[in-house]
Design a protein around this ligand. Structure first.
Ligand code: C5P
Length: 398
């Protein structure tokens, strides 16, 4: 299943780098092509010669190696691969990636690529648990970067805990999944995300506080399981994940059009916070204060309910239609009623009252409501909620 795939393997500077050599061997056995890139610190642990010999290909080390630039520019190098794998991903390399640095070949390739990136973190347990590393990990995940490990266990530095690089078979499985060989391979899934903006006039609009974080995490999690994801997003503050087809829209009407154009799909998940109303007859020019003391009156019209429209489709309805119910009061009662009213299969209910910090925040506490029953999931990161939900979707579609 990895036959013919091209992996750009970035080897960072950690004792786990020796496992990267084993990874090259296993990838080659599986029929994949490997281009090794060693950071300066990586070369302290394994040599470019070993990596090149095992890969049967040139190992790259230097951004300013003009011969390499003549052979293959760094942009091309980063794009010629099907997947970028960083193993071991050190705390420093993760920080560079999260910060968008591009001061050596490895970090420049990571910035220049248009392909998915999988990291296998490896570092001392305290460095792994440090808030800076955890912040960087969250930022990378939000960017759509995939991670495998680290494992928990005895470490080369004599301490115990999470920080050991994932074992080679686990990295191989994560690579296969990232390349679309996961349980959702061959399945097409539509995800809506973000807020919509409804214009009042050319400079003003009605919007909401949705950041798009949950929808984005979900698209990334579904793609990580091998799904072909169509991602229709309003103007979100979180950037869309890599490796998914992105359609950007502004209004609810545009979102409906984009959703219908993106069908058919095996499943559709409606995580967008669609404005319920739009302003009728939005002014073509900026509305002015006229000095009369009478502010303008905005007349609202109801927007189409995209979820309900898709759930009610006679022909071509996705096999699984999932909605979200963001509520501030009587969360479960409202969510149950919403599932019936909108005709969707599942509703993911969450409490977005300001005290929860969920709207626009990094965590979510949801209850999954299906025809079979209700499951309250513990509060966890939106990325974790996305992975659980993606796994459940895979359980239905796979
Ligand atoms: O009615 P409410 O906005 O609470 O419903 C939430 C669910 O319905 C979400 O899944 C949201 O994406 C979807 N929705 C929609 N189109 C609308 C309003 C909501 O798809 N106009």
């Amino acid at each position: 299943m990895l036959a013919g795939k091209r992996i750009l393997l970035i080897i960072g500077g950690g004792i786990a780098a020796y496992k990267a050599l084993e990874l090259i061997r296993r990838l080659r056995e599986a029929g994949a092509g490997v281009t090794p890139v060693l950071t300066r610190a990586g070369q302290q642990f394994v040599t470019p010669l070993s990596a090149a010999a095992l890969a049967g290909a040139k190992a790259y080390t230097d951004l300013f190696d003009l011969t390499d630039e003549a052979e293959m520019g760094h942009i091309q190098l980063s794009r010629a691969a099907d997947l970028l794998v960083v193993a071991p991903a050190t705390a420093d390399l993760m920080a560079k990636m999260a910060g968008g640095h591009a001061d050596d070949l490895a970090s420049t390739l990571l910035m220049a690529t248009d392909k998915r990136v999988l990291i296998a973190p490896a570092m001392n347990v305290r460095m792994w648990q440090h808030p800076a590393t955890q912040r960087n990990l969250a930022a990378l995940r939000a960017d759509g970067v995939l991670a495998v490990g680290p494992d928990e266990g005895d470490m080369a530095c004599g301490e115990y805990g999470p920080g050991r690089m994932a074992e080679v078979p686990a990295i191989m499985a994560a690579i296969a999944a990232a390349l679309g060989d996961g349980p959702l391979k061959g399945r097409r899934i539509l995800v809506t995300s973000g807020p919509t903006e409804e214009p009042i006039d050319p400079v003003r609009y009605i919007a909401n506080r949705s950041s798009g974080a949950q929808g984005t995490a979900l698209a990334a999690a579904l793609a990580a399981l091998g799904a072909e994801v169509a991602f229709v997003t309003g103007p979100a503050s979180v950037p869309p994940p890599q490796g998914v087809a992105v359609v950007r829209v502004r209004t609810a009407a545009e979102m409906l059009k984009a959703v219908l154009a993106a069908l058919p799909a095996d499943a559709a998940v409606f995580a967008a916070a669609v404005a319920d109303w739009r302003v009728t007859g939005a002014s073509p020019g900026k509305i002015k204060k006229d000095g009369s003391g009478h502010p303008p009156v905005l007349e609202l019209a109801e927007n189409p309910d995209i979820l309900a429209r898709v759930a009610a489709m006679k022909a071509g309805r996705p096999r699984l239609v999932v909605g979200f119910a963001a509520e501030t009061d009587a969360v479960l009662e409202n969510a149950r009623a919403k599932r019936m009213r909108k005709g969707c299969d599942w509703i993911v209910a969450n409490d977005v009252s300001p005290a929860t910090g969920i709207m626009g925040g990094a965590e979510n506490a949801v209850t999954l409501i299906t025809a079979e029953g209700e499951e309250a999931w513990p509060r966890m990161s939106k990325a974790e909620v996305a992975r659980c939900l993606a796994a459940r979707i895979a359980g239905v579609l796979a």
